[in-house]
Design a binder for this molecule. Structure first.
Ligand code: FMN
Length: 177
């Protein structure tokens, strides 16, 4: 059976909500990076066992949160041993502004995947007025106003995230077949 994991950091619950949709689509395990940027050994084991890992971070100051970056730096042990090489990878982010420099965050997630020898899955859905309203193909972008709660995240973005999760999981299954 194919295993997909979604590893994310969320400061205020928005990224967590998007992560849940990605995980629903992928039937994935959710792995939350804590407020200190750490994972437990059991959480690392979930990532090590996964065929696909989908990375998620809010966009803070035009890139990933420091907690996500701490996690990313900690993957250097996997980098050295090539432990995650040839796993599939994907990613998503959310921020307050329509642009907000979210592409910079996704590009960092792509770089992290490449550093680890992973294979990035792009976001194929076209902007049809509902899904992919922000027109991102590097990964999933979500957006909600700076004072809005996670409950205000547009359904468009959650549906985009869910379909993307399903896409990554489908390719993971194909790769394993
Ligand atoms: C420290 C900090 C930096 C932020 N930087 C950006 C930014 O560069 N662009 C943007 O559009 N929103 C920015 N925001 C807004 C967050 O991206 C947005 O509130 C997001 O939904 C937070 O996700 P979270 O609840 O998972 O932490 C920033 C928020 C914080 C707290």
């Amino acid at each position: 059976m194919t295993k997909t994991a979604v590893v994310f950091h969320s400061g205020y619950g928005h990224t967590q909500k998007v992560a849940q949709s990605v995980a629903d689509g992928a039937h994935a395990d959710l792995v939350a990076i804590d407020a200190e940027g750490n994972l437990t050994e059991a959480q690392w084991a979930i990532l090590d066992a996964a065929d696909a890992i989908i990375f998620g971070s809010p966009t803070y100051m035009g890139t990933v949160s420091w907690q996500f970056k701490k996690f990313a730096d900690a993957t250097s042990t996997r980098w050295y041993s090539r432990a995650w090489a040839n796993k599939l990878a994907g990613g998503f982010t959310i921020s307050a502004n329509l642009s907000g420099d979210k592409l910079s965050t996704l590009q960092y997630l792509i770089t992290l995947a490449m550093q680890n020898g992973m294979i990035w899955v792009g976001q194929d859905q076209l902007n049809d007025g509902h899904v992919n309203r922000l027109g991102s193909h590097s990964g999933v972008m979500g957006q909600v106003g700076p004072t809005d709660s996670a409950d205000a995240i547009p359904q468009n973005d959650l549906d985009t995230a869910k379909a993307y999760g399903a896409r990554v999981a489908q390719f993971a299954a194909k790769l394993k077949a």
